[in-house]
Design a protein around this ligand. Structure first.
Ligand SMILES: Cc1cc2nc3c(=O)[nH]c(=O)nc-3n(C[C@H](O)[C@H](O)[C@H](O)COP(=O)(O)O)c2cc1C
Ligand code: SF4
Length: 457
């Protein structure tokens, strides 16, 4: 059985309450850091752990913390990014619903390490139940003396506030989030300066994902070296994966990084295989923003190595044949899925969510949506496929924030790996309009295993 860190107590009845969480050993990390460790010691342990940000970019958390400016007399802030609006990603919501105290404990540990006396959890505005759950957990922790003034007699003060988000995907981008937290429209800021120098209210700020913050309690309790022993290479520790699509067991799974993708998809411990006995066609491995891969490339690298659930292995081959771990939103598509329709759907989302500050993103996402719509509905021309390619190329790398790239990559990868399916839509407009999404031409797409291979135990 794989090691569990964040979800280890998920099945304990009442674990969402302070009393049960405490009986299970909860808040021991707070006692340990406040009584025996300096803030620098905590940062050092997190650096040793190799923990990388779980919000998508995978930036090393300890290193991010050590960049925080510490000017005299200026407050510092920790802001937890719980906006979680990436299509296919729902692991932070799960953690906050089931194990709110895991996040609150991590918030106290991280705030202490950063010297923050006021910290915020910015929760996606639609998640009202989670907002209430977190507010209750904060009140319980405060009543027990783990928040407020002079926590456990240590002289350290901390208040945590929950802020409902502005209701836009872009508010998850860290600088847009800070704008929104300040009460403004959630438009990304031009960087530099980075939040570590000038963040919330112009003060040094660290923005971290829910899962990154939650992992820090285990790290300080057990040591960064112990955490680094879990996982593979520079992908240390465990990762929450939101698994959805055409699988038998959708849900949130905590995996040890380094697990073979094939085992994740087909074993009963995780996704339980493709639903209804169908074959695997494609996977979006890290949320809607990452390149889609066909079955053969998600299961094996071009060198024939088993593809692993790790930052490095998923990226193996670059954008030509690899993808990214991203936020861990793992969307599985079976042989009946229409890649054009899926790409159009993602493009609608990005067009809707573009904040409009940069022309390539504001205009380009709309153009991509329109072109994809006409191909999907049987009005496309062959030249549209090249036009689509051209538009996404002109967005990538030419925008203020990564939403532009996130809109371009799914389109680029869909054309790169499934161009014949786009062409089929153009050549067979009647069938495309009737909703026969490329089934005929996709009868035998790629060397795809019909059943789990010997890799799966
Ligand atoms: C459009 C967009 C949306 C994002 N949404 C989220 C989100 O919902 N949650 C999150 O943690 N990070 C999100 N990010 C990444 C954040 O900007 C930031 O990198 C992250 O919160 C840092 O935390 P980490 O280092 O712990 O991963 C988003 C980025 C972009 C460009
Ligand atoms: S890339 Fe898109 S979302 Fe990001 S700042 Fe530019 S217009 Fe706004």
């Amino acid at each position: 059985m794989a090691q569990k860190i964040l979800l280890k107590d998920i099945d304990v009845p009442g674990i969402e309450t302070f009393d049960v969480f405490r009986k299970q050993g909860g808040y021991s990390a707070v006692e340990k850091v406040l009584k025996t460790m300096s803030p620098e010691d905590v940062v050092e342990e997190v650096k040793k752990s190799g923990l990388r940000g779980r919000g998508g970019a995978g930036f090393p958390t300890g290193m991010k913390w050590s960049f925080l400016a510490k000017p005299e007399g200026v407050p510092r802030y920790l802001v937890c990014n719980a906006d979680e609006s990436e299509p296919g990603t729902f692991k932070d919501r799960y953690l906050m619903t089931k194990l709110p105290h895991v996040l609150i404990e991590g918030m106290i540990v991280a705030s202490y390490a950063l010297g923050a006396n006021t910290s915020y959890i910015y929760v996606r505005g639609e998640m009202m139940p989670q907002i209430r759950i977190l507010e209750k957990a904060i009140a319980e922790a405060k009543a027990a003396g783990f928040l407020g003034e002079n926590i456990l007699g240590s002289g350290y003060d901390l208040e945590i506030y929950v802020q409902p988000g502005g209701g836009a995907y872009i508010c998850g981008e860290e600088t847009a989030l800070l704008e929104s937290l300040e009460g403004k429209r959630g438009n990304p800021r031009i960087k530099p300066p980075f939040p570590a120098i000038a963040g919330l209210y112009g003060c040094p700020t660290v923005v971290n994902n829910v899962e990154s913050i939650a992992a820090t309690s285990w790290i300080v309790l057990n040591g960064g070296d112990e955490y680094a022993k879990i996982g593979i290479g520079r992908s240390t520790g465990t990762k929450l994966i939101s698994a959805s699509g055409n699988i038998n067991k959708p849900g949130v799974y905590e995996i040890e990084l380094g697990l073979p993708v094939e085992e994740f998809i087909y074993s009963d411990e995780y996704c339980g295989g493709i639903a209804n006995g169908k074959r695997l066609k494609a996977v979006v491995a890290g949320g809607s923003s990452v390149p889609i891969l066909p079955a053969n490339l998600i299961l094996r690298t071009v060198n024939g190595e088993p593809r692993l659930m790790s930052y490095e292995s998923l990226a193996d081959g670059g954008f030509a044949s690899g993808t990214m771990l991203g936020s861990g939103g793992f969307i599985v598509m079976d042989e009946d899925a229409c890649i054009v329709r899926n790409t159009w759907n993602f493009s609608r989302f990005y067009h809707h969510e573009s904040c409009g500050q940069c022309s390539p993103c504001r205009e380009g996402t709309g153009w991509m949506e329109k072109i994809l719509h006409r191909i999907e509905y049987g009005h496309g021309k062959m030249s549209d496929i090249d036009l689509l390619w051209d538009v996404q190329r002109k967005i990538e790398g030419n925008t203020i924030c990564p939403l532009g790239d996130a809109a371009a990559w799914p389109v680029a990868s869909a054309i790169r790996h499934f161009r014949d399916e786009f062409e089929w839509h153009v050549n067979e407009p009647k069938a495309a309009m009737e909703g026969n999404y490329g089934l005929a031409h996709y009868a035998d797409p790629l060397p795809v295993p019909a059943a789990p291979s010997e890799l799966v135990k």
